[in-house]
Write a protein that binds this ligand. Structure first.
Ligand code: AMP
Length: 404
């Protein structure tokens, strides 16, 4: 089914065609007509499924259709028509870049606001009003308190990566923002996982404000994982991990890898350990400035930097295009995090590889991940790296007792 069948204008079709999109992804096929019909939507879809275009394209289409009326009543100063809330500045930048790509042939404005940078330029740009504002919750509240942005003309609210926003403790901020919005609006929620907390957030805003019952769609991450991503694991002893990683990079000639690590000081240490073996890597974590993170990310995307070590939080919301490989140097605690990480490879049809290092202490986490995947992950042995403590094979119906 081509994009034209989804009810999008020629300018939008032209923009996606120029980006090389030929057919809509499953989430786009389902979400675009629903959003165009004005319905509220709760969608379970992870990064890599094409979810950004799934909400941006119909928002642009809707605004483009009303553009004529707008000439009679232009957007007033400091007003916005759509608000997209995202968990991180990286995702804010990335979503705004996608909006710019998709709206290339339309006369609509968009911008991102996020913390960690000066507010003044953001306030200046908001003065004339903006059609689509992408924001992290904390900075948006600041700007609202300073009366730099008003919501009385808002038509659409999007919560993107709602589960991450909840994980990062933004639920309170989001509720405060929602209280300021007009009741009559369209609500769209996208989340990689549908936890109770995310549902609570969805129903908080839906109960009072949704006129129609929200449509719910789910793109199964497991199906995607099975189709596009080659997953395998190596059981390791903790003290041999950096030697093993260097060995794999060198013997398997890895062109690129995003390497997830648990702690920020561990990230810097690993970069040093790789450097000692002649491998040039860099790291992004919470202690690095925004400018530095952006610089490193640009180098990684361009291929100038081949190996990027990142803590889970710092890597949230990064779009690294055609990523061929992720490595769980440390296995994540939550299955959702595992699925989200591996979803960064094999995007939109490409094949990706996800490799996990699993030590004895990770056994319970491995059980939880494999139970969620409903299959065990292939194990590989690497010659020269025998393990002292073998990790048993998981029990697939594992239920974690406490949530740590
Ligand atoms: P997202 O899930 O929004 O982060 O999108 C993942 C990647 O898929 C981005 O790099 C998009 O540019 C790309 N993409 C989105 N929709 C399509 C499509 N219909 N065909 C090909 N690539 C797409």
């Amino acid at each position: 089914m081509p994009f034209a069948k989804l009810g999008l204008s020629p300018q939008l079709i032209q923009a996606v065609t120029e980006l090389g999109y030929t057919t809509p992804t499953p989430i786009q096929k389902q979400a675009i007509p629903l959003i165009l019909s004005g319905k509220d939507l709760i969608a379970t879809a992870q990064t890599g499924t094409g979810k950004t275009a799934a909400f941006v394209l119909p928002i642009l289409e809707g605004f483009n259709r009303t553009q004529r009326h707008r000439e009679q009543a232009p957007l007033r100063g400091k007003r916005i028509r759509a608000l997209i809330l995202v968990p991180t500045r990286e995702l804010a930048v990335q979503v705004t870049a996608s909006i710019a790509d998709y709206s290339k042939h339309l006369e609509l404005s968009s911008m991102a606001v996020y913390g960690g940078v000066d507010t003044e330029p953001q306030k200046q740009r908001l003065i004339e009003g903006i059609d689509i504002l992408v924001a992290t919750p904390g900075r948006l509240l600041d700007l609202a308190h300073q009366r730099a942005v008003h919501f009385d003309e808002l038509k659409v609210l999007v919560l993107d990566e709602a589960d991450r926003m909840v994980d990062m403790g933004f639920a309170g901020h989001i509720n405060k923002i929602i209280e300021r919005l007009p009741e009559n609006r369209q609500n769209l929620l996208f989340s990689a996982t549908m936890t109770d907390d995310v549902r609570a957030l969805a129903y908080d805003f839906s109960d009072s404000k949704m006129t129609d019952l929200a449509a719910e769609i789910a793109i199964s991450p497991n199906i995607r994982a099975a189709a596009n991503i080659k997953q395998w694991l190596i059981t390791v002893d903790k003290d041999t991990k950096s030697a093993l990683l260097s060995h794999l990079i060198q013997t398997q000639n890895w062109d690129q890898a995003l390497i997830f690590i648990e702690k920020k000081h561990g990230a810097a240490k690993l970069v040093d350990q790789l450097a000692k073996r002649g491998i040039q890597a860099d790291s992004i974590h919470g202690d690095r400035s925004q400018a530095m993170r952006e610089k490193i990310l640009t180098q990684f995307k361009s291929g100038e930097l081949k190996y990027l070590v990142a803590t889970g939080i710092a890597a949230r919301g990064l779009d690294i295009g055609e990523l061929s490989r992720v490595v769980n140097y440390d296995l994540p605690f939550k299955p959702e995090e595992y699925i989200h990480r591996i979803g960064r490879t094999g995007r939109a049809g490409a094949t990706g590889e996800a490799i996990s290092f699993v030590a004895m202490g990770d056994f319970k986490n491995l059980c939880a991940i494999e139970s969620r995947l409903k299959h065990v992950i292939d194990r590989k042995e690497i010659t020269g790296f025998p393990v002292r403590k073998t990790v048993p094979i998981s029990i697939l119906n594992y239920v974690r007792k406490s949530n740590r």
